[in-house]
Design a protein around this ligand. Structure first.
Ligand code: PEP
Ligand code: MN
Length: 350
């Protein structure tokens, strides 16, 4: 943090500022220039920093206070030197050396649909089955999900295929029932800043995937993860699912640059969701390829045996044959990517 003093400030003003900084337990590093004096602030705990910033800001001799360091702690590389790998058991990991594929319908609709999809995605190489039982829909008149019945069907699909299950939690009231069936709890874009919900899942011993809010900055997204981790649950996965911009041709704008950026800032794994990121099945394969190429730790993709009949997100769901095609292509990309990753390790994003 740097305090910039007002033009024409005196040595006495500078001393006043230094006195306050030191009284708060920090070290002051003044730099007296011909025109402007700045005072660098170093040390003490981050929570004290906010307090000092406010105290400096109200001093009449201070022009402005510039914060240099990032506000995240637990999500950052400073807190943990090794990348977070979420181990779901049976050899399924998120954040390890493999590109982890999560695939399945937007919503669980009925037994045949979810079992058929689970068999298809498993045979193609996916490790995790997705499917919403509690659906956040823009309209209250749209299909809201099957609730616990949907969760039971996901569990049935897991028992048959061995796939792990990820499903969305929308409400604190449903924590127990969702935890009973899910291997990973998904927090959707609309709930990324539901701090009460984030704090509650922070108390659980269950992996969480936190989707980026549709208008969230990277800082807000990481601070949302910080809420979960601060309560003790460090098994957090991030998911880029596109942000809202002015274009109407795609449902969202898939922010691919956020993936390597977040990986440079944080040790948490980052998944890409090109289905919600584009909203159009024709764009899902090329954007998924690109996400793998920028180094995503996994891809979440919506797959439906009959997208035309889907109760939600049919237009962005891949048909089984296209999903198989995508899986082959991703294999080719991850093979070449291993060379790049080995090189990146030497650059050391820390
Ligand atoms: C979903 O994954 O089905 C979903 C609703 O996603 P998002 O929260 O990203 O809109
Ligand atoms: Mn969906």
């Amino acid at each position: 943090m740097i305090a910039v003093l007002k033009h024409g400030s005196t040595k006495a003003d500078e001393k006043k500022v230094i006195k306050l900084i030191e009284a708060e337990g920090f070290t002051a590093h003044p730099d007296t220039g011909a025109e402007t004096t700045i005072v660098g602030v170093v040390g003490a705990a981050p929570d004290k920093k906010i307090n000092l910033k406010e105290k400096l800001q109200v001093m009449s001799v201070v022009e402005k206070v510039v914060v240099i360091s990032d506000p995240y702690k637990l999500t950052s590389w400073n807190f943990k030197q090794d990348k977070t790998v979420i181990d779901l058991g049976d050899g399924v990991k998120v954040g390890g050396d493999e590109l982890t594929i999560m695939a399945g319908p937007c919503s669980v609709e009925n037994k045949e649909q979810i079992l058929e999809t689970a068999r298809i995605v498993k045979a193609a190489g996916a490790k995790i089955l997705r499917g919403g039982a509690f659906k956040p829909r823009t309209s209250p008149y749209s299909f809201q999900g099957l609730g616990e019945e949907g969760l039971m069907l996901l569990a049935e699909a897991r028992a048959e295929t061995g796939l792990k299950v990820i499903t969305e939690l929308m409400d604190i009231a449903h924590i127990d029932v969702v935890c009973k069936y899910a291997d990973i709890i998904q927090i959707g874009a609309r709930n990324m800043q539901n701090y009460a919900l984030l704090k509650e899942i922070g108390k659980l011993d269950k992996p969480v995937m936190l989707k980026r809010g549709m208008a969230a900055t990277i800082k807000e997204w990481l601070l949302a993860a910080e809420y979960v981790m601060n309560e003790g649950n460090h098994n957090v996965i991030l998911c880029e699912r596109g942000v809202r911009t002015f274009g109407e041709e795609t449902r969202n704008t898939m922010d691919l640059s956020s993936i390597p950026l977040v990986q440079q800032l944080s040790h948490l794994p980052v998944i890409a969701d090109p289905s919600h990121g584009t909203g159009r099945w024709e764009l899902v394969i090329p954007v998924a390829r690109a996400a793998a190429a920028v180094g995503a730790d996994g891809i979440m993709v919506e797959v439906h045996p009959h997208p035309k009949n889907a109760l939600s997100d049919g237009p962005q769901s891949l048909k089984p044959a296209n999903f198989r095609l995508l899986m082959d292509e991703l294999d080719a990309i991850t093979t070449s990517l291993k060379t790049f990753k080995a090189r990146e390790k030497k650059i050391a994003y820390k």
